[in-house]
Write a protein that binds this ligand. Structure first.
Ligand code: B16
Ligand code: MG
Length: 219
């Protein structure tokens, strides 16, 4: 496979925003008297805000009107935005910025493919918005991962065919989305959590662009 475009998920690949999502959902869960720990929070990773709200209702075995769900999810988001408003580039995951710069240096296009509607704000806080040729986020897609829409749009905006794109993802549904879009999926995490990934790395600090090209040449 000849790589021409690398598409990156945000939370869990470039930055660890999961801890802030966790704190905000936990605060809401407490208001609703729903037990909520880091274990339940795993279900929320890579999933859209309103789907998270539905999962929270399932966990608490409660039903709320659509209007009430939107109101509570908005409240959660306000707390989340407060948490991330003080975020700095110290919170970039190891090797992420260096890897993006190295891709640019060798002419590999870069795209963001995230479910988060807060992605532009986060990229700005981390001062990495200039390192992406395309930013596709929760504001630009109508179908959530495992649907490939977010990655297909990223490839299109970069002008690269899917067969020359690789996706970096920490969520199982994200690797499924890459495959559904005819792209290879590099799992950021463990083989146990991401058994369907084409390659597994613990983080971008483990990989050089040359190393990635070599691995992908055989795929
Ligand atoms: P927001 P990713 C995802 O980001 C998070 O993993 C997930 O926990 C969150 O619910 C989702 O974004 C939506 O975020 O409420 O900010 O729109 O992994 O797709 O970059
Ligand atoms: Mg993620």
């Amino acid at each position: 496979m000849n790589i021409k475009c690398a598409i990156f998920d945000l939370d869990g690949v470039i930055v660890d925003t999961a801890k802030y999502h966790y704190l905000a959902w936990k605060k809401l869960a407490e208001e609703l008297n729903i037990p909520f720990t880091e274990k339940e929070n795993e279900l929320f990773k890579g999933v859209s805000r309103m789907r998270c709200m539905e999962i929270l209702m399932e966990l608490g075995n409660i039903q709320l009107s659509q209007e009430e769900q939107v109101k509570l999810a908005t409240k959660k988001n306000e707390w989340y935005v407060d948490y991330i408003s003080v975020m700095t580039d110290d919170e970039l995951l190891p090797g992420a910025k260096e890897f993006l710069i190295a891709c640019k240096d060798v002419g590999i296009k870069t795209a963001l493919g995230s479910a988060s509607k807060n992605a532009p704000r986060i990229l700005k806080a981390l001062a990495i918005e200039d390192l992406f040729d395309a930013v596709i986020d929760g504001n630009k897609v109508s179908k959530a991962k495992p649907d490939p829409e977010v990655f297909i749009k990223g490839a299109e905006e970069c002008g690269i065919p899917a067969e020359n794109c690789v996706v970096f993802e920490d969520a199982y549904a994200g690797i499924e989305a890459a495959h559904a879009g005819n792209m290879l999926g590099i799992g950021v995490g463990t083989k146990e959590n991401l058994p369907i990934a084409d390659v597994i790395i613990a983080g971008l600090h483990e990989l050089t662009v040359e190393g990635m090209k070599e691995i992908l040449n055989d795929k």
